[in-house]
Design a protein. Structure first.
Length: 487
């Protein structure tokens, strides 16, 4: 859609005054100028941001000073005739979670049961929002380091004995978190690529801390502002799953890490925050567990682990939420994960001639996202969570929302029925999707059936990023029922 503007002068007879008694008609008959007030197309790009690892930012000192890259997946609106001056430029930075990389979470290919695209980034671009989804250090096509996650020997070994001794020549491991299981070498790599052997590590500590990735987030924010040129000079910052921890820490004004000075300057570049199915809790600053931190940098996820993101909470059946798993979406997710993981696709499985594939992610220590940190947030905040999330209980979103400052005059909580942890890709089928009149599905035309949780998420994010409201309200708690209707 575009608008045409014609500049015309007004001709007046003024006798002999001025230039020989005649004023020229300025602009009459001149060519019209054209611009677009809505995007006419969408374009995608992938590029790398270079940096050198600051000394002391990563737990393993062997990576100090090494050159590294953060890969960024950008989906931007295109204005064929140029964006109209009165149409604001907007930008968003989207931070992924513990395992699945940015482009796969936010720009998943494929369509739902109604032929709607699943990609969140493409929907944002169609609404005029330029979005940047990095794969943080250690993920996707970002740097993993030869002695880090590129080395399969850095997957976990068997456990130490209870007395702290090790019974195995290759070494033993410990873990401080069950999401980093022991003996991936024996359970997932035994056939491909290890052929029945186990190996000592080339790095013997966790890969990262929360602050490792706060550095990445800061760099992407600056890059997004430089490339997108948002009208207000700011981005909306979104954290999904464990990405919420990274975003929360980024917005912590009192971060004492000397390697990350002046958090206030970063916060000033953020106009709004969004936390989607966010991890929440833990210490404000890093504290060493009694048993010690995880002693290996690499953890691995197989296809079964990938599909578990769609698990519904206990007590909710698949029949209750018919169609929440969009046909082909799990296959497409796995396909894209394997495309992103150049080494892991050749690992795993029981057939030496046909690796099943594994995707790699880093181990880490988690801190910096709790009531203390949430209680000092200063930017308008939207919290969203699936009521039937089988990975992170919906109660975490209540805790987060309740911890936001009482004086914050722009905060919203939205909880969505029949949405699991993978709800950015979830749909809806059956009679439940068509609410009885006069009820209307949020974000859709009256009389239509609910396209599913992914559609609610997209509509809510667009409204929040462009208006700072949900369902027309700047504050409050809302529930979206299993038919897509706001309660």
């Amino acid at each position: 859609m575009h608008r045409r503007f014609l500049v015309a002068g007004v001709c007046m007879a003024v006798g002999a005054v001025g230039l020989g008694g005649l004023m020229t008609l300025r602009g009459l008959g001149a060519p019209s100028a054209t611009c677009d007030d809505k995007p006419t197309d969408i374009t995608t790009s992938d590029y790398a941001l270079d940096f050198a690892v600051p000394s002391g930012l990563m737990p393993d000192p062997q990576f100090n000073g090494q050159k590294a890259q953060v890969q960024v997946h950008r989906v931007q609106p295109v204005y064929e005739h140029g964006r109209c001056e009165q149409t604001p430029a907007r930008a968003a930075v989207l931070i992924h979670g513990r395992t699945v990389t940015g482009s796969v979470v936010f720009d998943l290919k494929g369509k739902d049961q109604d032929n709607n695209k699943l990609s969140l980034q493409r929907e944002l671009a169609a609404a005029g929002i330029d979005s940047f989804a990095p794969s943080l250090l250690g993920y996707g096509q970002s740097t993993r380091f030869a002695n880090g996650l590129d080395d399969p020997h850095n997957a976990s070994l068997r456990a130490y004995n209870t007395d702290g001794s090790c019974a195995f020549p290759e070494g033993c491991d410990r873990t401080h978190n069950p999401v980093f299981p022991l003996d991936d070498q024996g359970k997932k790599l035994a056939t491909n690529p290890f052929a029945g052997q186990r190996f000592p590590h080339s790095s013997k500590v966790r890969f990262a801390t929360t602050d490792t990735w706060v550095r990445d987030v800061r760099q992407v924010i600056d890059d997004a502002i430089a490339k997108a040129g948002p009208t207000d000079g700011k981005v909306t910052l979104l954290g999904y799953s464990l990405g919420g921890n990274r975003v929360g820490r980024t917005l912590y004004a009192a971060n004492p890490n000397p390697l990350l000075p002046n958090s206030a300057a970063t916060i000033a570049k953020v106009n709004r925050a969004v936390f989607v199915s966010s991890f929440y809790g833990g210490p404000t600053e890093e504290t060493t567990p009694a048993q010690g931190f995880v002693s290996f940098p690499l953890t691995l996820t197989d296809r079964k682990g990938s599909d578990s993101g769609w698990n519904l909470a206990s007590g909710t059946s698949e029949a209750d939420c018919s169609g929440h798993v969009v046909a082909g979406s799990q296959d497409e997710t796995w396909k894209e994960l394997m495309q992103e993981d150049g080494a892991g696709r050749d690992w795993g499985g029981d057939d030496s001639h046909h690796p099943a594939g594994l995707f790699r992610s880093p181990t880490f220590s988690t801190f910096g996202w709790n009531d203390t940190v949430a209680g000092q947030l200063s930017v308008p905040t939207l919290v969203m969570h699936g009521i039937d999330d089988g990975i992170l209980p919906v109660s975490t979103s209540n805790s987060l929302y309740n911890a936001l400052p009482a004086t914050m005059n722009n905060k919203v909580l939205v909880q969505v029925k029949c949405a699991s942890h993978s709800w950015p890709a979830e749909g809806c089928t059956g009679s439940r999707c068509k609410p009885a009149a006069p009820a209307t599905v949020y974000g859709q035309a009256p009389g239509t059936s609910w396209a599913g949780p992914h559609a609610t998420l997209k509509a809510a994010l667009i409204e929040w990023m462009t208006k700072g409201t949900f369902n027309g309200k700047a504050n409050g708690k809302f529930t979206v029922d299993k038919s897509g209707v706001v309660q």
